[in-house]
Design a protein around this ligand. Structure first.
Ligand SMILES: [Zn+2]
Length: 172
């Protein structure tokens, strides 16, 4: 397994399934390549956002064989999540807009660091905000951000076999 050190702007070093996905993709398509569904670019062995890519890639005319679907978009299509977050308690009811914004900000920042970290879906069920993410990392990141911003109770439940994390945040 590769280390996760290349994502040095994160404090996540335990598991690297998101990067493993990127490595597996390496064999299957051209490099550089661009995702036809989002703004992710594959270059020099890793995925980055087009906005963070080399200047020549930003203006590149991509050929059909260079247009691929990135692992995050594939995962969105299949609906198989790597992370689940549930946000519950009366505090959420009172600060719904603020919390939704925090989640959106964390998602944007996680994607900037690694485009394979993305949100699959977000919905409210019985006054609980539920979020599904492609990577464990993004779910964990949201949990930590909630704890940092609003305290409350956070619980991380890892399933190493399935590479899935369930994050619960609660505050009344
Ligand atoms: Zn994509």
């Amino acid at each position: 397994m590769q280390s996760a050190k290349r994502y040095s702007n994160t404090n996540f070093t335990k598991r690297v399934d998101h990067e493993g996905g990127a490595k597996r993709e390496e064999m299957k398509h051209a490099s550089p390549a661009i995702c036809s569904h989002c703004d992710a670019v594959y270059d020099a062995g890793r995925w980055t956002l087009l906005s963070a890519a080399r200047p020549e890639l930003k203006s590149r005319k991509w050929s059909e064989s260079e247009k691929v679907i990135c692992p995050a978009c594939k995962q969105k299509q299949s609906g198989v999540a790597g992370g689940y977050v549930s946000i519950s308690g009366e505090f959420f009811g009172r600060h719904r807009e603020e919390i939704t914004k925090l989640v959106a900000n964390e998602t944007t920042r996680a994607r900037e660091a690694n485009p394979l970290s993305a949100m699959i879906r977000e919905y409210v069920e019985n006054d609980v905000l539920k979020i599904e993410t492609t990577t464990e990392h993004l779910a964990e990141r949201i949990g930590h951000a909630l704890k940092d911003a609003y305290d409350g109770e956070t619980d991380f439940d890892f399933s190493h076999e399935n590479k899935v994390v369930r994050v619960r945040w609660h505050r009344d």
